[in-house]
Design a protein around this ligand. Sequence first.
Ligand code: 9D3
Length: 264
Amino acid sequence: MHVEVVTLFPEFVRAYLASGVVGRAVERGLLRIGTEDPRTYATDVHRTVDDRPYGGGPGMVLKVEPLATALGAAQARLPEGSPRIYLSAQGRPFTQRVAREFARRPGLLLLAGRYEGVDERLLAECVDDELSIGDYVLSGGELGALVVIDAVARLLQGVLGGEHSAAFESFGEGGAVGTDGAGPLEWPAGLLEGPAYTRPVEWHGRRVPEVLQEGNHAAIRRWRLKQSLGRTWERRPELLEQRDLTVEERRLLDEYRNERSRGA
Ligand code: 9D3
């Protein structure tokens, strides 16, 4: 896949993308990333990319011409069928479902805004989709673009280990929410994962649950499923409403709630 990012902070974006899962995907030739800085295409001596909003009001708006030229330069490097996406607080929510849609495309053009936003005529003519990464206020679209790239890169064939990608396939259409459906245990889609432990077996008087130490794999699977259901019920109850529970899951969640109400 080929991703182009149009941003006033190309060094920031490239620095982040150089490490971790994404950096390795780039090194291995599974992902190509380019950047384009609109300031390159500003025509005046001050390299101006923003201007005051018509009608007045606070802040500045990104001018249409340098942005349109930068987008055109980035788009010229991308394959046909690469959606053009503007990251903004007003966009539709970016979710795992959207990440899966994007992972099937040959490329992505990501436009990160700054200041109060971009001239609406640029959006009308040069953008196919507008996405937000959540209901909080950021200073610009760069972190949004990085979030999209990270979530999409993990879904590309060969980017994660073989076991992970195989696990992903078995949940691909499940609409995993809250988890990516690609966990090492092939965890059921739509549930949060439960607690994890490693050595030492006791720390500050807190012990690793006995069941995890005993090697009864059926019991471990049941305990983990119960923790997962309980945690989802406590922290993200709306995820349970979007999902049908099996008879076993129903029973495990009831046990969890009963133990909880008795203070266990
Ligand atoms: C007058 C209100 N404005 C600022 C307080 C609105 C506003 C303008 C520009 C709010 C945010 C931004 C910059 N944000 C992004 O570019 C952005 C973003 C976000 O703020 N939240 C969630 N997802 C995204 S993606 C891009």
